[in-house]
Design a protein around this ligand. Structure first.
Ligand code: FAD
Length: 334
């Protein structure tokens, strides 16, 4: 398909109540930079039911234009309805780029849409740029088990598509909503949706942890030695109003649920402060937390590679250092 415009699209996935999922708003940030470099509009694409809150927020967070499709058939994500709606919009408007958040639904929609458009898709990107001259997006993602980062381009087909991991980019600053809003009437008949949603069963995840939205994360790895080893980390995190993160080694050992995992196969986070206690700094872990503002590493091994990327490092036993830190902060707070 030929691109008809230089416009860059960000698909802003909605929750069931019509509010936006954060990753859609986050993508308006690199989207702005790339649209400006290329000289096209930044367009928010919204599909769902009662999506007024998302349309509004897309404008507040910097979209030049918002195109939306609304209907009860979009209340819950289905591959058929969403692919048909997106395909219709892409054919009609001809954007040069389509970015989708790598949520569960986004990871389903992206490949399906790009395959129908006979174009390429780079999945699960962690960094983005654009070549001003050609308009080719440089989609960067971990490859070969996370041991290197690959930058992939799609020079011969349009629109170029990619999914981008949540938490990699920060939401842009709020601004005056100047977006032009276009409502598209596009409906999908029930018989064209091959799956029927019978019931939504929320995972009994026990505790829900918002790692991606946290300003402070205190994370532990194999060095914590067992489930009880997370207790001092939790105390410090609570004191600072933060949350507890973990390496995959700790999660695989069953010491803490997967919801806490940071890294290539966990969450990508960008807090103001990331404390890594008893974490060696494997590339797959670092891939998920290197964009943190301040990294503080606590490790017994002075040669641990986590020190190479940390702003502050303490060589020592975390079971001495973390409680000492907690006590000191308590004193300061008092
Ligand atoms: C495809 C793939 C995907 C992966 N995805 C992820 C991912 O998403 N997230 C992730 O984290 N990993 C991931 N991994 C695993 C990764 O390669 C590492 O194995 C893992 O990150 C190691 O976890 P760790 O640092 O906790 O453990 P280790 O590497 O064993 O390090 C433990 C550290 O604790 C220190 N230590 C021990 N005791 C103490 C103490 N009392 N006080 C202070 N320090 C102490 C040690 O010196 C050591 O540096 C992935 C691997 C693969 C192949």
């Amino acid at each position: 398909m030929e691109a008809k415009t230089k416009d860059l699209w960000v698909f802003i996935e909605t929750n069931e109540d019509g509010t936006p999922m954060r990753v859609g708003l986050e993508l308006l940030n690199p989207g702005r930079m790339m649209a400006d470099k290329q000289g096209g509009k930044l367009v928010g694409i919204v599909v769902g039911n009662n999506v007024a809150p998302t349309v509004e927020q897309a404008g507040i967070y910097g979209a030049d234009q918002v195109i939306y499709v609304e209907g009860p058939e979009y209340q819950h994500y289905t591959t058929d309805a969403y692919t048909k709606a997106l395909y219709y919009l892409v054919e009609k408007y001809g954007p040069t780029t389509v970015m989708i958040g790598a949520t569960n639904n986004g990871r389903d929609l992206g490949p399906r849409l790009s395959s129908r458009l006979q174009t390429g898709l780079t999945a699960d990107c962690t960094s983005l740029d654009i070549d001003e001259e050609t308009g080719n997006v440089a989609w960067t993602r971990p490859a070969f088990g996370g041991n290197l980062m690959a930058t992939i381009m799609c020079p011969d087909h349009r629109p170029q598509c990619g999914t981008v991991r949540p938490g990699v980019f920060k939401k842009p600053a709020e601004g005056e909503n100047k977006a032009e809003v276009i409502k598209e009437e596009f409906h999908v008949a029930p018989e064209d949706i091959r799956t029927t949603l019978i019931e939504v069963v929320k995972e009994a995840a026990g505790e829900l942890v918002d790692l991606e939205g946290a300003d402070i994360i205190v994370a532990g790895g194999r060095g914590v030695g067992g489930p009880e080893g997370f207790a001092p980390l939790k105390e410090l995190a609570d004191l600072l109003g933060g949350v507890v993160g973990a390496s995959r080694a700790a999660v695989d050992a069953g010491w803490i649920p997967h919801a806490h995992q940071v890294g290539q196969t966990g969450k990508t986070v960008g807090p103001k402060i990331y404390v890594a206690a008893g974490i060696s700094g494997a590339i797959q872990h670092v891939a998920g937390m290197s964009s943190s503002k301040y990294i503080i590493a606590i490790n017994k091994d002075e040669d641990a590679s986590i020190f190479n990327i940390s702003d502050y490092g303490v060589v020592g036993d975390l079971f001495e250092v973390v409680p000492a830190l907690t006590a000191e902060i308590k004193k300061l707070k008092a």
